[in-house]
Design a protein around this ligand. Sequence first.
Ligand code: AMP
Length: 218
Amino acid sequence: MGVNLVIFGPPGSGKGTYASRLQLKLGIPTIATGDMLRGIARQKSKLAKTVKDCMSTGELVPDGIVIHILKERLARDDCRKGFILDGFPRTIGQAGALDEITEVDAIILLHVPEWVLVERLSSRRVCRRCGEVFNILYLKPREEGVCDECGGELYQRMDDTPRVVKDRLKVYEKQTEPLIRHYKGKLPFVEFRCEKLEVPPEVAVEEILKELEKLRLR
Ligand code: AMP
């Protein structure tokens, strides 16, 4: 039996970094709607323009679009043994859609203070080719501007600028935090607190895995 996990936390809380390590330990794929939408935004179509316009201002992409791509992705074979959802659900409507598609076994919730988020996001760099995440302050690549994993070029996301970051944090508070209340009491929560700018991902991941073990989800 696989395990279906959702990882929640504000932008910059480490969701993607932890999910990419957890997926290796658990042998299940990470489904990151942000990555999928960035892929669509690079194409040339009306849909791509809608997606790009929302993402560049930090707004959420309409539920109908995101639910459709998520549903298709979860139907693929590799999700049969479980998955980690990173960045979905983000609204109550998306949570309702997810309930209809499949069951979730546990929520991983990351707590990080706002000053850490702002600092981390403005120094974040992402690999254009494989999506691996680095930070020029504390999670530096071996060679500047080059991905350790695949040699791809590192870039700064268009929504990691200070103004857009502030808007994204507001959107999280308004639209995504109510989801935590929606799931509390219904599903087990694995909560990880990080009060510092720099926490080695391995430390966070080990703690999360220990908690999953206690819930017999590992
Ligand atoms: P992320 O990579 O998760 O930080 O997402 C980057 C951006 O993609 C967000 O600011 C939204 O514009 C869009 N996005 C990602 N996931 C969703 C979602 N589940 N619903 C709506 N918009 C999303």
